[in-house]
Design a protein around this ligand. Structure first.
Ligand code: B12
Ligand code: SF4
Ligand code: SF4
Length: 337
């Protein structure tokens, strides 16, 4: 018979997680998703809104049962970890979530610490997950009572905001049911919809990723349609208007050490000559290939604040390394007077 964690046990684990910096935690004793979620997600895929992210189609059947991630799963602890964002985008813009060390590495380490704490105190086996496992993380976070899903699709933790990462610990321990749902607090606010630079946010809280600048700078290899070029406005990695305009977002200043990853303006301009492997080592940006980063570079140079002659000179000097670079260089130069 597996151990059943009681409310005081969960509180002890929650306190430990808070000591490691997590701002919200909750538990679920579910093994599968509800049928309503399956049709909602299928409908999103049917509209082709996953764009280049074909892996989402492959992951969809796996997402429906959490036993696909951990065969012995009885309960899931869901956790939210805060990240800092900028109030405004300044080129070359790198989203707050991607500044500093790769969050997947940081969170995985912290989740493993908590899992070890659980095992030491209550026994049990576990599997930790952040982002890339086939789990519907926002769905789980809502059911675990951490917060609500905003109109932007972002998951919002009350008193903290949408600027949180989500992570999970799947265990073979049973938990007393918690039944905690936080009501939606968006009300009449539409700031995310009104400030999305491309109108990528649908009215059912989903994203059309074929219009999303975050998708084009972090996930897609294909080129954005020409009509979106200017909207990049100097973005190099990620976009977070739907996070930074949210009134629930808590802003905290970055310390100088935390700002070491982002490039200076001068380094950025010289990016093709930089040793990227060394510059971006262990950071979220290291998840992208040099080819992809150079594609982002061209768009950021074109749409950023440099003078027309500087842009023209940099684009002309750029030596394409892929056919995408070639096409993009041509498209962008054609649009500069
Ligand atoms: C693919 C992906 C993307 C894509 C698509 C995003 C999207 N909105 O669909 C792109 C590249 C655009 C993206 C961008 C970003 N992402 Co992203 N992304 C993912 C990933 C890998 C899968 C998301 C997915 O399946 N999308 C499809 C939609 C339909 O599902 P969903 O977004 O998960 O959630 C919907 C359903 O769950 C549904 N739902 C929830 N409960 C219920 C219940 C019922 C009954 C029903 C019917 C529906 C329902 O409502 C949600 C909103 O539509 C997750 C990690 C994961 N494994 O889940 C991270 C994740 C969602 N991303 C994250 C982050 C941080 C971001 C960015 C902020 C990064 C940035 N600054 O550039 C932006 C935010 C853009 C936005 N508004 O969503 C965080 C989210 C944190 C948060 N607080 O919400 C996650 C969870 C990663 C992590 N582990 O922290 N992302
Ligand atoms: S990340 Fe940017 S482009 Fe994508 S939905 Fe949010 S505001 Fe719109
Ligand atoms: S900006 Fe407003 S509408 Fe959008 S998620 Fe935040 S509170 Fe909700």
């Amino acid at each position: 018979m597996n151990t059943t964690l009681t409310t005081p046990d969960l509180l002890k684990i929650q306190n430990y997680a808070k000591s490691l910096g997590f701002v919200a935690t909750g538990w679920l004793n579910l093994k599968t998703v509800e049928p309503e979620f399956v049709s909602f997600y299928q409908n999103w895929l049917n509209r082709g809104y996953q764009g280049d992210m074909e892996y989402l189609v492959r992951h969809f059947p796996l997402k429906q049962s959490f036993t696909n991630v951990f065969s012995e799963v009885e309960s899931i602890m869901v956790l939210a970890f805060p990240y800092k964002v900028f109030p405004t985008a300044k080129p070359p813009f790198i989203s707050g979530y991607a500044r500093g060390m790769d969050y997947h590495l940081i969170l995985r380490k912290k989740l493993t610490k908590i899992a070890n704490f659980i095992t030491a105190n209550f026994s049990g086996k576990f599997k930790v997950a952040v982002d890339s496992a086939p789990l519907p993380e926002r769905y789980l976070a809502r059911l675990a009572g951490l917060g609500w899903i905003g109109k932007s699709g972002n998951f919002i933790v009350p008193d903290h905001g949408p600027n949180v990462f989500l992570g999970e610990i799947l265990t073979n321990l049973k938990v007393q049911p918690q039944n905690r749902i936080i009501p939606d607090q968006c009300g009449n606010c539409n700031l995310c919809l009104n400030n999305c630079p491309t109108g990528a946010i649908n009215h059912d809280k989903t994203i059309n990723t074929k219009l999303c600048l975050s998708a084009y700078t972090t996930e897609f290899n294909s080129l954005p349609p020409i009509r979106l070029h200017q909207a990049f406005s100097g973005r190099f990695f990620g976009c977070e208007n739907c996070v930074s305009f949210c009134p629930h977002t808590k802003f905290q200043p970055f310390t100088p050490e935390e700002l070491t990853t982002p490039l200076t303006k001068e380094e950025f301009i010289d990016l093709p000559a930089l040793k990227m492997g060394r510059t971006f080592k262990n950071t979220t940006l290291s998840r992208l290939s040099r080819k992809k980063l150079l594609q982002n570079y061209l768009l950021a140079i074109y749409s950023g604040p440099l003078s027309t002659s500087q842009k023209k000179a940099l684009l002309k000097k750029f030596k394409p390394e892929t056919t995408n670079h070639q096409t993009l260089k041509k498209q962008l130069l054609q649009k500069i007077p």
